[in-house]
Design a protein around this ligand. Structure first.
Ligand SMILES: Cc1ncc(COP(=O)(O)O)c(C=O)c1O
Length: 394
């Protein structure tokens, strides 16, 4: 075999306006490149403590058991499900998009007796239907997605949390896309377990999954009759590594934690309220621009539209793939196509973390106008940019 050695990596610089990963701040990239130390080095243990302290602030919780799972958002999902649910336990999983479906799949794989509560893509669940389902099935756990990235729908949680707890169940919430861009008020909303990802509104590359567990969730884990089926994701053991014992469990991805540390510092330096307001402002400007170009959102009720993930209907007669290719090749802009039943029907335009900024909104609207023109869909020249600017000038 001839020895070959590829060129060193030299990635193109993109504007990441898809469903994640989002643009990463240079200081986060610099933190990733800092010298690696040992995973039990006193310096790294301090970084772990600080990551936990900052995650508690971003999750708005006092939960002691708040940490970053080594793995992407799906690893956080598996961690929550595998630790909270024992074979035979009843779980209601709410499915109104791809990620609710994934949670149900994971719960079935751990042997749960899963009831799938389904809503069409783009819709959200009402308190009444969840109340009726918990009344009928008496589950140990109810799982739901806060920000459904596949549809752009925002699920209100406050009332649902009440009915779930009144029925004596635990509430598990997917906050992969909401954390850092929308309030995720773990303690105020009485959420028992939640997981997120680094690559969305935290604007860190993918690789870690922040999780948090309430004392009630930990008590349920302590009362388990059977061992957690995943060794790697067993919170009982991870607690001993991230907690005071510092018992070796696995070799933590040191540099990813450096990156998350810096990303969380940026979130807290900006301030949570300011960060949420920034996501909202740029969403409103983008929405105004898209609407002026005749493009509609796929979530009919704007109160349930995510600010950080704008899911819009592809205009009739427009070639989905051709537009996304032109955006990437001519402008360096990445947006997402539709997932599952939305494939070929929607575009998913992310304004997450670092990417939620004026220059991205204006660039995207101008670029989209050109791409639609190439498809023979000429909008009124400059209408999108003008409408976005009007919102910015208000
Ligand atoms: C809502 C939601 N949940 C879970 C995931 C899975 O996360 P990951 O792809 O980081 O494993 C994603 C990823 O896009 C997501 O958007």
């Amino acid at each position: 075999m001839t020895a070959t050695c590829p060129n060193p990596i030299q990635p193109p610089v993109r504007t990441l306006m898809g469903p994640g990963p989002s643009d990463v701040a240079p200081s986060v990239l610099a933190a990733l490149a800092a010298p690696t130390v040992g995973h039990l080095d006193p310096y790294f243990l301090q970084i772990m403590d600080e990551v936990q302290t900052m995650l508690r602030q971003v999750f708005q919780t006092e939960n002691q058991m708040t940490m970053a799972i080594s793995g992407t958002g799906s690893a956080g999902m598996e961690t929550c499900v595998v630790n909270l649910i024992e074979p035979g336990d009843k779980a209601i999983i709410c499915q109104n998009g791809v990620f609710g479906g994934r949670m149900a799949d994971v719960a079935e794989r751990v042997g749960a007796d899963v009831t799938k509560l389904e809503r069409p893509f783009g819709e959200v669940f009402s308190t009444e239907e969840i109340a009726a389902a918990v009344d009928q099935h008496k589950p140990e756990v109810v799982g739901i997605v806060h920000a459904e990235t596949s549809t752009g729908a925002l699920q209100p949680l406050e009332e649902i949390s009440k009915v779930v707890h009144d029925a004596g169940a635990l509430l598990l919430v997917d906050c992969v896309t909401s954390l850092g861009g929308l309030p995720v008020e773990i303690d105020r909303l009485n959420i028992d377990a939640a997981y997120s990802g680094t690559q969305k509104c935290l604007s860190c590359p993918p690789g870690l999954s922040p999780v948090t567990f309430s004392p009630q969730a930990l008590a349920a884990m302590d009362a388990r009759k059977q061992k957690v089926s995943s060794w790697y994701l067993d919170i009982g053991m991870l607690r001993n590594y991230w907690g005071a014992d510092r018992a070796y469990h696995h070799t933590a991805p040191i540099n990813m934690n450096y990156g998350l540390h810096q990303a969380l510092r940026l979130v807290l330096a900006e301030g949570l309220e300011a960060r949420f307001a920034r996501h909202r402002l740029h969403h409103e400007a983008l929405r105004a621009g898209l609407q002026a170009m005749g493009i509609a959102y796929s979530v009919a009720n704007s109160d349930h539209s995510l600010p950080m993930l704008n899911s819009v209907l592809i205009p009739d007669g427009v070639d989905d793939a051709a537009v996304r290719k032109q955006l990437l090749n001519d402008f360096g802009i990445e947006i997402g196509g539709g997932l599952g039943p939305m494939k070929g029907k929607t575009w998913r335009i992310g304004l997450m973390g670092e990417a939620a900024k004026k220059s991205n909104v204006i660039l995207f609207l101008g670029a989209l106008e050109q791409c639609l023109g190439a498809q023979g869909k000429n909008a009124e020249p400059g209408a999108g940019v003008a409408a976005a600017n009007k919102r910015y000038l208000e």
